[in-house]
Structure formats: structure tokens, C-alpha cells
Design a protein around this ligand. Structure first.
Ligand SMILES: [Zn+2]
Length: 252
């Protein structure tokens, strides 16, 4: 549990940096009628972190097996609400108000009898993260004899703690191939975050920024879309190119 406290601390610092941007972003979202789903979360973004838990947070241990993960902190589901999707996956440059990660997953175990596993997880950055929860909730009966092809579509790329944990999992489980498509890069300017992404890359994880086509695919596959197409936002392609360039620089 202890090492999860690192990110809330970072989020808090980040929140302060972003506060100027936030007002603008919230107003914009309100105009788009999307803020309703998330408005309750802005005040709760402030996190109290005690000195004690931060001091214990530097061990970076990998715990793939049972962890203290209160189930109510992670929401698992079949299809995402369309309004929530449009807000959470929007590839804006500043992610203000989006203090959680949505992780859509597909798992192919290579044996046709099981078929594809599909669903999504949702977390708050103040508790256990979706990336970590995935291996416990979605791959609980890991079988070393199978070949797992796992694809994630995430609203933002992993924090440094999750990147390190996922990299460890991939190193320990060579038969798990993971591709991560991220709508936004989370705090990409931070050296620690960049190191995490490089560690993931080095562990064999395919890292990509979501293209306009990936948003449409995710909409069709993971959203209660009522058979309506996704109308991509105006700057979707531009924002993709922006993040794509940053990611290429980081992984170079
Ligand atoms: Zn994380």
C-alpha cells in the first residue's frame, strides 16, 4: 500500500501548478456539456499525504500476487458511458479535472475456447491505479503455459510507479505481450515519468499515442455508443501529433 502514496503527492503539487489552467478548462468543458459527469471530483482532487507514508514509499516492490486492494476503489465494467468517455479520453494538452485513469483492455490468451477478454477499469489517482489493478482483477489466474496478447487503451499514460510495476511484470512474465495506447501523456515533462516510460519500452511494452482512428475504435469497442459514430473533436489530430512527437523524443 505504502508506495501508492507517491502519486497523490505528485498530483497535489501538479494541481497547484495547473490551477491557473483549470478554470479555463472547466469552463470550456461546461460549454461542451461534458462537465456534469465529473464536476463532483474537482474539490476532492486535494489529497492529504502524511509524512510517514511518503517516507515508506520508495521501495518500488513488485507485488503481482494479492495486494491490499479494497475493491470499491476500482470500478470495473463492460462499456463506458459515452459522456464520460468523451471527457476522460479527450487528448487535450492539460488534463485538468481528469484525475483518474480509464483503462480499456483486450486480452487474447491464444486459445480460441476462451475467446477475447474485453472490459474497462476506472480508478482515481488518489487510490490504487488501474494499471496495477488490471493484473489482479483481469489476469488473476495467470497461466505460464499460455501466450497473452494484451492491449490497453488508456486515458493517460502510466505514472512512474505503475510504469515500474508493469515493467517488472513484463520482465517476469515473458509470455505476456502488452501494447499500451494512451490518449494523453501523463506529466511527460517529469524526468521520473520519462524514465518510467523508457523502462516500459525496454521491457518490451509497445507504447503508442492514440490516433484519431484509435479513438473511433475505442468508442466502438468499449463505449455504450448506441450505434452512433464518435464525432472527433476539432484538434484531435493536432493533439495526437503533439503527444506523438513528445513520446518519440522520450523513447529515442
Ligand atoms: Zn499509476
Amino acid at each position: 500500500m505504502a508506495d501508492k502514496s507517491r502519486t497523490p503527492m505528485r498530483r497535489k503539487e501538479r494541481k497547484e501548478k495547473e490551477s491557473a489552467e483549470m478554470t479555463k478548462d472547466v469552463k470550456k468543458a461546461k460549454n461542451e456539456g461534458e462537465m456534469e459527469v465529473d464536476s463532483g471530483e474537482l474539490p476532492s482532487a486535494e489529497v492529504t499525504v502524511t509524512n510517514g507514508s511518503v517516507a515508506n514509499g520508495e521501495n518500488g516492490d513488485l507485488q503481482v500476487e494479492p495486494m491490499e486492494l479494497p475493491p470499491f476503489e476500482i470500478i470495473a465494467g463492460d462499456r463506458i458511458d459515452p459522456f464520460v468517455f468523451k471527457f476522460q479520453f479527450k487528448n487535450v494538452e492539460y488534463s485538468s479535472g481528469r484525475n483518474k485513469t480509464f483503462l480499456c483492455y483486450l486480452v487474447d490468451k491464444g486459445n480460441s475456447s476462451d475467446g477475447l477478454l474485453r472490459g474497462y477499469l476506472e480508478d482515481e489517482h488518489t487510490c490504487a491505479h488501474a494499471e496495477e489493478a488490471f493484473f489482479i482483477q483481469c489476469l488473476p489466474n495467470y497461466d505460464p503455459a499460455l501466450k497473452y496478447t494484451v492491449t490497453w487503451y488508456v486515458s493517460s499514460s502510466p505514472c512512474s510507479a505503475c510504469a515500474a510495476k508493469v515493467a517488472e511484470v513484463l520482465k517476469a512474465r515473458k509470455n505476456v505481450k502488452l501494447s499500451i495506447f494512451a490518449a494523453r501523456l501523463f506529466e511527460w515533462e517529469e524526468a521520473e515519468i520519462q524514465a518510467g516510460l523508457r523502462a516500459l519500452h525496454a521491457a518490451g511494452c509497445k507504447l503508442r499515442v492514440m490516433k484519431p482512428l484509435d479513438f473511433s475504435y475505442t468508442w466502438e469497442t468499449f463505449v455504450e455508443n448506441e450505434e452512433q459514430p464518435l464525432n472527433l473533436w476539432e484538434d484531435c489530430k493536432e493533439n495526437y501529433e503533439y503527444y506523438q512527437e513528445k513520446l518519440a523524443d522520450i523513447l529515442q
